[in-house]
Design a binder for this molecule. Sequence first.
Ligand SMILES: Nc1ncnc2c1ncn2[C@@H]1O[C@H](COP(=O)(O)OP(=O)(O)O)[C@@H](O)[C@H]1O
Ligand SMILES: N[C@@H](CCOP(=O)(O)O)C(=O)O
Length: 291
Amino acid sequence: MLTVRAPATSANLGSGFDVFGVALERPADVVRLEKADRVTIEVTGAGSQYIPEDPDKNTVGAVADALDAPARIQIDKGVRPASGLGSSAASAAAAAVGLNELYDRGYSREELVPIAAKGEAVVSGDAHDDNVAPSIMGGFTIATDKGVTQVDADIPLVACLPDIVVSTRDARNVVPETARVDQMVETVGNAASLTTGMHRDDPELVGRGMHDTVVTPARAKLIDGYEQVREAAIAAGATGVTISGAGPTVIAACAEEDRRKIASTMLDAFSERGVDARVYQTRIGRGAEIF
Ligand SMILES: Nc1ncnc2c1ncn2[C@@H]1O[C@H](COP(=O)(O)OP(=O)(O)O)[C@@H](O)[C@H]1O
Ligand SMILES: N[C@@H](CCOP(=O)(O)O)C(=O)O
């Protein structure tokens, strides 16, 4: 049996809606695969009771189909679904990397990205690549329809996951259809700052570049306590705060020495709103690994 560990991811990073993503050092899905006559799926771990084992409804089923690679697939979830931490993408990424190896299909990591994204289309109605790209390739990724650009960045992060469910499908429905030119100008500036910050491993520049006035304010309404948590994290030293993916996770960039304090401050701020949460003190990490 082949074992693949594929990391959770944080997409968008504010200014890079549907384009930017980072692999997180933790948490991760662990997926075990062996060749079989047909696709079967077993799911255990975080939130497994909400994840279908039917290959037509699980992200890994679409990946196995696309690679023409039937297998017995066991998924141990490290991150619960509908988290904003690329839960559905982590399984799809692990399946793409694992089945490519198991069946000797010979695809490069970059070529596996659109294949894994077919799994995302099953759950969110849209084959967005911004979670599967970092989960497969690691680091910071810029995913466009021309391909993926990857940078091995190292930035400390805090990801705070409240006990609220936001499905990616619902959060995509509140994205505004238009933006003003001044918002476009600001977004380009922030996205460029963030990208430069990733190249320099500079948390200050990355944090500044996470600011977004188009998609994030519309989605913040779906996350009880978002504004309070954001302000508390900034006061505790976060260099930037935004919604991770479609939410409800709130993600903060920071200097290493501030990470612990920011983590406990974010938990407290959710708790003051009566919202339970858990926090991951993490950083940008590697892509899917085969064991
Ligand atoms: N392997 C999988 N892992 C997690 N969720 C899955 C998987 N396959 C299908 N799903 C479904 O995908 C949805 C969660 O995906 P999504 O809303 O994109 O959450 P996330 O932000 O965590 O990726 C849930 O309805 C879940 O049942
Ligand atoms: N770009 C997508 C990313 C969704 O990420 P997820 O982790 O919430 O699945 C979006 O913002 O809709």
